[in-house]
Design a protein around this ligand. Structure first.
Ligand code: FMN
Length: 326
């Protein structure tokens, strides 16, 4: 059987060029292990765990569910009260994790520690210039997250169709295309643009193993590509989330000149967690992207990854060659 091999699958030692990016409240052992067992690269989300000890426990729990490689996402965002990043980092290294997805600010200060421990770093960012900086500070690969993505879009608003090849031109290390991917056709498009694989969030959120209420998954299936809002734009901290009563209220207040203090409670992460836990879709802000327009089922992770790989292999082997005139 033929397999899609890229610089990414070789470097990170996974069967398929498919990454499940960090997802707050979602990236826990059951989902990550399912991705690993299906041949993808799953990421436990460090900040979902209240502290370094709990993170180490979650890593152990994942190891009980899979013998395949998996990684940990460390999201580094500017914050008034920053989480204890050094403690999370130590827990990652001491747990023997060999792959980390950093996201947000430059991972520069963490790199010497990860390098010394032989950890490979996949840095996720939303602009070419940040990708160039990350390569310079020594990361092993870039995940470039286009404007289409769920969550933090950055402030440049460059969709993947331009951002992916623009990044591929400027860095020498492998590039993972992120934002807007949900099927094998997207994977082939990413490879054609010069990427070495894809990263997905929303698509994995809508799988059987994702630890969120069924009503959330059903809302993603029902939603289309117009079902998101960009919030916190005025504060230059733009996030793409599912449109609901809370996102609309946050936008309304900020449009009227409100300060962050006036929306802080509305957009609080713990309220988003309540959506996932209870299925009350208006309990808070919850992250999902434009791929709502491409998602119409709730498969298991193994079904999803097999399907994506199958679609991609068929498209490469038969679909595209069929377009060539003989
Ligand atoms: C529910 C949810 C939570 C997310 N939380 C994080 C996070 O904590 N850290 C991070 O780096 N990315 C986070 N993301 C972004 C994903 O890792 C990924 O980059 C993004 O979803 C890609 O766009 P897509 O949804 O179109 O696939 C989140 C995405 C979703 C859907």
């Amino acid at each position: 059987m033929s397999m899609i091999r890229t610089r990414f699958t070789e470097l990170f030692g996974v069967r398929h060029p498919i990454v499940q990016g960090g997802m707050q409240w979602v990236g826990t052992a059951p989902l990550v292990a399912a991705v690993a067992n299906a041949g993808g690269l799953g990421m436990i989300t460090a900040l979902t765990q209240p502290g370094a000890e709990e993170l180490a426990r979650e890593i152990r729990r994942c190891r009980e569910l899979t013998d395949q490689p998996f990684g940990v996402n460390l999201t580094i965002l500017p914050s008034i009260k920053p989480p204890p990043y050094a403690e999370y980092r130590s827990a990652i290294i001491e747990s023997g994790i060999r792959i980390v997805e950093t996201a947000g600010s430059s991972p520069g200060e963490h790199m010497p520690h990860f390098r010394a421990a032989g950890v490979k770093v996949l840095h996720k960012c939303t602009s070419v210039r940040h990708a160039v900086t990350a390569e310079r500070v020594g990361v092993d690969a870039i995940s470039i997250d286009g404007f289409d993505c769920a969550g933090h879009t950055g402030e440049d608003d460059i969709p993947g169709l331009v951002l992916i090849p623009a990044t591929v031109r400027r860095v020498g290390i492998p590039v993972i295309a992120s934002g807007g991917f949900a099927d094998g056709y997207g994977l082939v498009a990413a490879l054609a643009l010069g990427a070495d694989g894809i990263n997905m969030g929303t698509r994995f959120l809508c799988t059987a193993e994702a630890p969120v209420h069924d009503r959330v998954k059903e809302a993603i299936v029902a939603g289309d590509e117009r079902n998101t809002d960009l919030i916190l734009r005025q504060l230059r901290n733009t996030s793409r989330v599912t449109r609901n009563a809370v996102s609309q209220e946050a936008i309304r207040r900020l449009d009227e000149g409100a300060a962050f203090e006036d929306v802080r409670e509305l957009v609080a992460g713990v309220r988003g967690r309540e959506v996932f836990r209870t299925g009350d879709l208006d309990a808070g802000i919850w992250t999902a992207g434009l791929t709502q327009g491409l998602i119409d089922d709730i498969p298991t992770v193994a079904e999803l990854i097999d399907r994506i790989v199958g679609e991609a292999e068929k498209t490469i082997a038969a679909g595209l060659p069929g377009l060539l005139e003989r």
